[in-house]
Design a protein around this ligand. Structure first.
Ligand code: SDX
Length: 436
């Protein structure tokens, strides 16, 4: 292979300039155009940033061609078998897995900040019945700024420890409260004697008339799902967090924006959309018809849970979730007909040139909903689960962005609207405005 150069040559308007090529620790390369406009008067154009690196980052590495995902250099395949979600949250935010003392302190902090301010509990009474939990969550998180002091960028490290714990813990309580409110049941408070995931399941399903039986297997599955969703470098919602955070918006409002971005059906909302799609296909019975619709450019139907901007092979998270799906449903002797439909779709699509040629494989959302159903999580809470898991990733990126003294994010554009001569005369027959 030819020696890789460390500069790129650009010829423009009779001028030749050399641009530096930067190389990441895993060999990913970028042409650094930081002073392109100053030197040539030109900017680059890359709608949806499909070819643009927005920043340097040390948090997560993805190789979309090889199906690799690592948090702080550790493969997810190792993390899901050897540590719990709380330790992965610590790893993402602080850069290293916690030692025993750090883990104990972090767990104590999560416990201490697991209660919602009692005044906030009453907010739930004023959401309309049937309000989507993602809308409730983004509103409630925004309101945290009214109850808790803003994270002070100057005392970032100490504040982040506290704010990270508060967000990860309180948001879990908020999510469970939102669910209980939606079914008209009394809320269940967090317990000091339960782990993060066990506490969440207990707050969701315990009730005064039917105590919830906490099963180790379900708690393990939830840890695996949360770990797999914890971060994914510069995805849409993380980019929203880094963008809004760059204006020095308080952390709670910044995370609230991330929640809103994640709720989109092309992003985190896909896990709920997948189950709705599988159910529709199951009721219709004709999988091939829907495969044809997904391939038809004149049809807006898309295979939800399929395709990815970065992965051009099987999403490594989907592979793990699919394995866990098969094993867990067998262990609890639970047959979900939607899993049969999902398997049929995957088998059909992965032998169809349309999907193969476009490198469209199952992504993280394709099998996730099947596992959430087996855990008893209602469909309108699926994207909330994604948000709970993604919180440490968002916080880690916000901290990295804030800590790097990032300038406010403000991209340029190429204007293609009307010119002044095209609008000259439009105002000519208007008299000066006298009455304002
Ligand atoms: C997440 O970015 C992240 O990291 C996100 C995420 C994370 O952890 O944060 O991984 C989480 O958001 C996963 C993705 C969840 N969304 C879905 O499952 C929705 C269904 N997927 C598609 O909408 C789509 O694949 C996207 C949005 C995921 C990616 O879209 P891209 O990168 O813009 O790709 P594209 O639309 O340009 O598609 C390329 C081609 C097109 O066909 P051609 O114009 O080349 O003929 O593939 C086709 C598309 O029509 N295509 C699909 C398809 N996805 C892409 N055709 C049918 N069904 C699909 N699902």
């Amino acid at each position: 292979m030819s020696e890789k150069s460390d500069t790129a040559t650009l010829k423009i308007d009779g001028q030749t300039i050399e641009l530096p090529i930067v190389t990441g620790s895993e060999g990913d390369r970028a042409v650094d155009i930081a002073n392109l406009r100053a030197r040539t008067g030109c900017v680059t154009l890359d709608p949806s940033f499909m070819n643009t690196a927005a920043c340097y980052s040390r948090i997560t590495y993805i190789d979309g061609e090889k199906g690799i995902l690592r948090y702080r250099g550790i493969p997810i395949e190792e993390l899901v078998t050897k540590v719990r979600f709380v330790e992965v949250a610590y790893l993402l935010v602080h850069g290293e897995l916690p030692n025993e003392e750090q883990r104990r302190n972090f767990s104590a902090l999560l416990n201490r900040h697991s209660l919602l301010h009692e005044d906030m509990r009453h907010f739930f009474d004023h959401f309309p019945q049937g309000a989507h939990p993602m809308h409730i969550l983004s509103t409630m998180i925004n309101a945290l700024a009214a109850f808790y002091p803003n994270v002070d960028l100057k005392s970032l490290d100490a504040d982040v420890e506290l704010s990270c714990a508060r967000l990860i813990s309180i948001v879990r309580t908020m999510a469970a409260f939102a669910y209980k409110k939606s079914i008209g049941e009394p809320v269940v408070y967090p317990r000091h004697d339960l782990s993060y995931c066990a506490n969440f399941l207990n707050m969701m399903f315990d009730s005064p008339i039917q105590p919830y039986q906490i099963h180790h297997d379900a708690v393990r599955i939830l840890n695996v799902l949360f770990i797999l969703h914890a971060d994914h470098e510069q995805n849409c919602s993380t980019t929203a967090v880094r963008t809004i955070g760059s204006a020095q918006v308080n952390l709670y409002a910044t995370i609230s924006a991330g929640i809103s971005a994640l709720s989109g059906p092309l992003h985190g909302g896909a896990n709920q959309a997948v189950i709705e799609m599988l159910r529709m296909i199951q009721e219709d019975g004709d999988v091939d018809k829907f495969i044809r619709m997904a391939k038809d450019k004149n049809n807006s139907f898309r295979l939800m849970g399929f395709g990815h901007r970065v992965y051009k092979t099987y999403d490594p998270r989907a592979a793990i979730i699919k394995r866990e799906c098969d094993a867990y449903l067998k262990r609890i002797k639970y047959h979900d007909p939607l899993l049969d439909v999902a398997r049929r779709i995957e088998e059909t699509a992965l032998t169809d040139p349309y999907f193969v040629d476009r490198h469209l494989y199952p992504n993280v959302d394709f099998y996730t909903g099947i596992l959430y159903r087996a855990l008893g999580i209602p469909e309108n809470m699926f994207t909330v689960m994604f948000a709970l898991a993604r919180l440490p990733g968002w916080i880690a990126h916000w901290k990295e962005m804030a800590g790097a003294g990032t300038k406010i994010v403000r991209p340029r554009q190429i204007y293609i609207g009307k010119t002044e001569e095209e609008t000259s005369g439009v105002m000519a027959n208007r008299e000066p405005q006298l009455l304002w």
